[in-house]
Design a protein around this ligand. Structure first.
Ligand code: ADP
Ligand code: MG
Length: 441
């Protein structure tokens, strides 16, 4: 009889195409020893396969587990050679049980975190906390949108403290809740308290999920106070600031605001580029500058996409035995963009271009020769032609131009500029992606 982990992969085989199965899923081994009912650990031979499985198949795997066992585990894909970093100091006698599913990602370190204007404040705050835990800001509350590096930053502090032999617990609200319920029904609440109140650092990820869960809010409140009274560090992340979390007790909100609240904003283009370079380095993928810039314009704010894109590029290029040139990258990632570019209209393009370039949509359609407006108009025409099904005569009419030859002239002009001026090309690609994103909002 195969282990449950293998049974799940066999079931997955029926749901995905053969190539994906052979290339990725078949490479995985199930870690029977470390896995638990709520944590399924697989090992992949290299980071690329691991990342690819994480982004493409982890949800499906978790779902198949749920079908077979009624429990939806966290699916963790680790690299074969690395041993998982236990978040409990091995020097501490293990009379309390091991934290469930709380593995820190060893690559989430400060060194691997790219700092830019968008995340500088949160970065410095986390760095200070790692140097003086429990002293400077307690709690540290980091908030921001999906994929902006909150988990990475909080775990960076965790990794520093682990390396100093401290006991670190990393948990989600869900895990905390499950743990609580289990200990409650087993009448082992003292063990629960021991575990959460005796650690040196408690990392609670995505605290917004506490919303409207009264009993667990109460328990968390006491855990929080117990830790803080002992000057043990607490770091919390959320998708919004404490004030904006609905269904949360006032006393918790004020606790959350009592230390330091730091936000992370979406990265600027330059920061995205640096993050891609960093991810290339970590995953040992070689991309030249042009391709890196291109990838930077494709990704939205969610930096999580990067690893998926890198795996995809690398897998294709290995398969076909060719280098990753810009044309190759465009081709491989075409689908990715096509999915986003469904219902784009000229109006949407006008609004986006106007907003990004700080002018009014009406100015784009005016006859002004002001260079900023001419610039915006050209881009708007170019994007309308390449992203919407409108014909040249239709565009001429919309933009108040003489006829379709004027549109065609503008198209040629832009193509020429894009060929010769890389900054310009990046700007156009960035705007084009902003438009695609706007359709999903
Ligand atoms: P969040 O928790 O905010 O949703 P994560 O911390 O999970 O985001 O980050 C998503 C991915 O993007 C991770 O692979 C992370 O390493 C990467 N990432 C995000 N921001 C940065 C950054 N500034 N430097 C390096 N990697 C980053
Ligand atoms: Mg996160």
């Amino acid at each position: 009889m195969n282990s449950i982990g293998i049974q799940v992969l066999n079931a997955l085989r029926g749901e995905i195409n053969d190539i994906d199965y052979k290339r990725y899923i078949k490479q995985l081994t199930y870690d029977e020893v470390e896995s638990k009912s709520n944590l399924a650990i697989y090992r992949a031979p290299n980071p690329l396969i691991a990342n690819w499985v994480r982004t493409k198949f982890a949800d499906k795997i978790a779902h198949l587990f749920e079908i077979k066992t009624n429990v939806k585990p966290t699916v963790s894909i680790l690299i074969q050679s690395t041993t998982p970093v236990m978040t409990q100091n091995p020097m501490v006698p293990q009379n309390t049980e091991r934290p469930s599913g709380s593995l820190l990602n060893p690559s989430y370190t400060f060194q691997n975190f790219v700092v830019g204007d968008s995340n500088n404040f949160a970065f410095i705050a986390a760095k200070n906390v790692s140097e003086k835990p429990g002293v400077v800001y307690n709690p540290l509350f980091i908030y921001g949108g999906v994929g902006l590096g909150k988990t990475h930053l909080m775990q960076s502090v965790g990794n520093v403290m682990l390396s100093h032999g401290k006991t670190v617990i990393y948990t989600s609200v869900e895990q905390f809740l499950n743990d609580f319920t289990r200990h409650l029904s087993n009448r082992t609440m003292d063990r629960f308290k021991d575990k959460y109140r005796k650690c040196d650092l408690l990392l609670i990820d995505d605290i917004q999920f506490l919303s409207n869960k009264n009993q667990i809010q109460e328990e968390f409140f006491h855990t929080f106070d117990a830790l803080r009274n002992e000057n043990k560090q607490i770091i919390i992340t959320s998708d919004k600031p404490p004030k904006k979390i609905g269904g949360l007790e006032e006393r918790l909100k004020s606790r959350f605001e009592s230390g330091l609240v730091a936000d992370i904003q979406p990265p600027e283009l330059e920061t995205k580029i640096e993050i891609i370079k960093k991810k290339c380095e970590i995953n040992r993928v070689r991309l030249d500058r042009e391709v890196i810039n291109y990838v930077a314009t494709i990704i939205e704010n969610n930096t999580r996409e990067i690893e998926g894109i890198l795996s995809k590029l690398n897998a294709y290029s290995q398969l076909m035995g060719v280098d990753i040139t810009i044309e190759f990258a465009r081709n491989v990632l075409k689908e990715q963009l096509a999915e986003k570019r469904s219902d784009i209209t000229i109006d949407l393009i006008m609004d986006t271009v106007a907003k990004e370039l700080n002018i009014k949509p009406s100015e784009i359609r005016s006859k002004s020769r002001n260079s900023n407006i001419v610039y915006a108009r050209r881009i708007a025409i170019y994007l309308s032609r390449s992203l919407t099904p409108n014909s040249m005569p239709q565009l001429a009419q919309y933009f108040g131009m003489k006829d379709h030859t004027a549109v065609s002239h503008t198209m040629k002009k832009i193509q020429e500029l894009m060929k010769n001026d890389e900054d310009f090309r990046m700007k156009v690609e960035e705007l084009s992606n902003k438009v695609s994103i706007a359709t999903n909002e």
